[in-house]
Ligand binder design. Structure first.
Ligand code: PLP
Length: 397
């Protein structure tokens, strides 16, 4: 069968494929530690579920406005005014079926064939495929552990050629957990001021931060960039609502309206009752978020310490999100059950087979020498998983 040209460039999201494989093994009774999940292992808070139930009972089961219900868009705009002193109106907000969908719509609305989009690596798996789907050309800008997986202003300046139409900023970052401080953002903002490109700020892990790190938005530190910045966020990670599929974009009204037009010809509105739940999530008390983050921090401390003590691994200490991205370079070339480990993919396969631990190889995040482990798993599983990884690594020849 002849498939469209654009499908040839893209891969299925590897993170979802591995999570599905892990789930299948578990359903077959395999005692598996799943460090591949990109979602909190906590349940959606009860008050949020009740809001959805209430909406159902009230008959909120019809199409809504394509861009999302007005109270939700107003609540999102209000959140950014209150928390970050960043001023948007409800008409500057597009609510979509997850932040992924909001990104997709904006990429489609803003990129023309051949437009370059600058993506610092390691990066979240979907940016480059979404760029391809919009006819764009991803330009990868590598970062190193030495600079905390953050690009420096000098590197950004060098990479911003006139062909670059958009720049992606993801802090805290999936997969590294690296986060940019206000001072870092100020320095990057000064560079961006001198180059007329769009800025896509993916803030989805904004609340999952540790050790008192203060999350800042690029526009709080540099409001001059407002007219060409789009902020992406959603309720998936902060409120353990991945399955509800609500995310959003905030940006200048003409751009948001163009992205809304794309949405109107694909999904129409995101699910009505999920929007009611998201409204409660954003407007209601935020204590559950703090409890969840405190638990993530306990797990991060354990996993970083345990992995870092395994000979052959080094483990960067993330400031946010719920992933670690240990470096496995010193293990590559070693033999596992008589076979040479040639790549992070080989190492991930070995861990799955030998240790029954699922992780996501770094290749799809733009790094050949790392593996991503998610600690959205109980502390007991985190400890058990680290023990299994250590035992498996000790068997390498
Ligand atoms: C960096 C980043 N951005 C966006 C998303 C999309 O989140 P959602 O579509 O669930 O809102 C994810 C999910 O894994 C992510 O890690």
């Amino acid at each position: 069968m002849k498939l469209s040209e654009r499908t040839k460039f893209i891969k299925p999201a590897v993170t979802l494929a591995i999570a599905a494989k892990a789930q299948k093994l578990r359903s077959q009774g395999v005692d598996l530690i799943n460090f591949s999940a990109g979602e909190p292992d906590f349940d959606t808070p009860e008050r949020i579920k009740q809001a959805a139930i209430g909406a159902l009972k009230k008959g909120m089961t019809k199409y809504t406005e394509v861009r999302g219900i007005e109270p939700l868009r107003e609540a999102i705009a209000e959140k950014y005014r209150r928390e970050y002193n960043v001023h948007y109106d409800k008409d500057d907000v597009l609510v979509s079926c997850g932040a992924k969908h909001a990104l997709y719509n904006v990429f489609q609305a803003m990129l023309d064939p051949g437009d370059e989009i600058l993506i610092p690596a390691p990066y979240w798996v979907s940016y480059s495929d979404m760029a391809y789907l919009a006819g764009g050309v991803p330009k990868i800008l590598p970062t190193t552990e030495e600079t905390g997986f953050r690009i420096t202003p000098q590197e950004l300046h060098k990479a911003l050629t006139p062909r670059v139409r958009a720049f992606v900023l993801n802090s805290p970052c999936n997969p590294t957990g690296a986060a940019y401080s206000g001072a870092d953002l100020k320095a990057l903002g000064s560079v961006l001021e001198g180059h007329d490109c769009l800025i896509f700020s993916d803030d989805i892990y904004e609340k999952i931060i540790y050790d008192g790190f203060r999350f800042e938005n690029l526009l709080t530190v540099n409001p001059k960039l407002r007219d060409r910045t789009v902020i992406f966020n959603g309720v998936s990670k902060t409120y353990a609502m991945t399955g509800w599929r609500i995310g959003y974009a905030l940006g200048p009204a003409p751009l948001i309206s163009a992205a809304g037009k794309i949405q109107s010809q694909s999904t129409s509105n995101p699910t009505s009752i999920a929007q009611a739940a998201a409204l409660e999530a954003i407007r209601g008390p935020q204590d559950e978020v703090e409890t969840m983050v405190a638990e993530f921090q306990r797990r991060r401390d354990v996993i970083v310490e345990r992995l870092g003590s395994i000979p052959g691994l080094t483990c960067f200490n993330p400031q946010g999100a719920f992933y670690v991205f240990p470096n496995i370079l010193r293990l590559l070339g070693k033999k596992a059950n008589g076979k040479k480990l040639a790549s992070a993919c080989d190492f991930a396969d070995y861990l799955l087979e030998e240790a029954r631990v699922a992780g996501v190889p770094g290749e799809d995040f733009g790094s050949k020498e790392n593996i991503r482990f998610s600690y959205a798993a109980s502390l007991e599983d985190v400890e058990k998983g680290c023990q299994r990884i250590e035992t498996a690594i000790k068997k390498l020849g």
